[in-house]
Design a binder for this molecule. Structure first.
Ligand code: FES
Length: 240
């Protein structure tokens, strides 16, 4: 893990990310009732930038473009700019005209896209076409001294589940997008807002040994398999 990735403040990392399975309809024995798909939940990731690491941000009008580790690639790069009065702005670098990365702030031209000359203010507002819409902006928080944090809300988590029959029993397949540099585990419990919660052991193949309790994300879709021990319940993917 790089030092930048370590700076990711995993705020709420132990918070529930997604309810993946639920008992629905007639609840009999066996794991056949563990189903539900396409559950979505969001979480805010906070990227802390120390000025020792990003010296451009030590002074007004300083600006830096970077790719944030651990953030899905479609967000691409961001441009973080410091303006007078300790105003900090973070915006997606992806030009709204045709997707080329805009350059860091310069007094004469703002954030300029070299492809066709679109220009934007540090807060992302478009001021010169051909781009017509503003750059996506992210919330920033200055700590008053030596760092600014950028928030990436609702990373669009989704989990799909399906029942997988294995031998005499059944397993539930949990499928979800992962981020590199994050670890994932599964918690199960009997009720949405209560019941005993326990860490589920899982396998990475439908009929593999249920001996894993965490797995490293790789930026791709991952499938885990658990064997429910009760008639019905909820499974939660945790990222940390
Ligand atoms: S892609 Fe940026 S101006 Fe065309």
């Amino acid at each position: 893990m790089t030092s930048l990735e370590k700076q990711m403040n995993r705020r709420g990392a132990l918070r529930t990310l997604a309810f993946a399975s639920v008992c629905g309809g007639a609840c009999g024995a066996g794991p056949g009732r563990w189903f539900l798909s396409g559950v979505q939940a969001g979480e805010t990731a906070v990227f802390r930038m120390r000025f020792d690491d990003f010296s451009e941000l030590k002074n007004s009008y300083g600006s830096v473009r970077l790719r944030v580790p651990g953030i899905p690639s479609q967000i691409n790069q961001i441009v973080v700019t410091r303006m007078p009065g300790n105003q900090f702005y973070a915006v997606s670098a992806k030009c709204t005209h045709n997707g080329v990365a805009v350059n860091p702030f310069k007094k004469e031209v703002g954030l300029r896209c070299a492809a066709h000359g679109s220009q934007f203010e540090p807060n992302g507002k478009v001021v010169k076409s051909p781009a017509r819409s503003s750059l996506k902006a992210y919330t920033t928080t200055y700590n008053g001294s030596d760092a600014v944090s950028v928030e990436f809300p609702n990373l669009g988590y989704s989990v799909a589940t399906e029942l997988v029959e294995v031998g005499a029993g059944g397993r539930v397949k949990l499928q979800f997008e992962t981020l590199s540099g994050m670890d994932y585990s599964v918690q199960v419990r009997s009720a949405v807002n209560g019941g005993d919660s326990s860490t589920a052991k899982f396998s990475l193949t439908p009929d593999g040994s249920l001996n894993k309790t965490s797995v490293a994300g790789n930026g791709k879709t991952m499938s885990l398999y658990i064997a429910p021990t009760q008639d019905a319940g909820f499974a939660t993917i945790r990222r940390q």
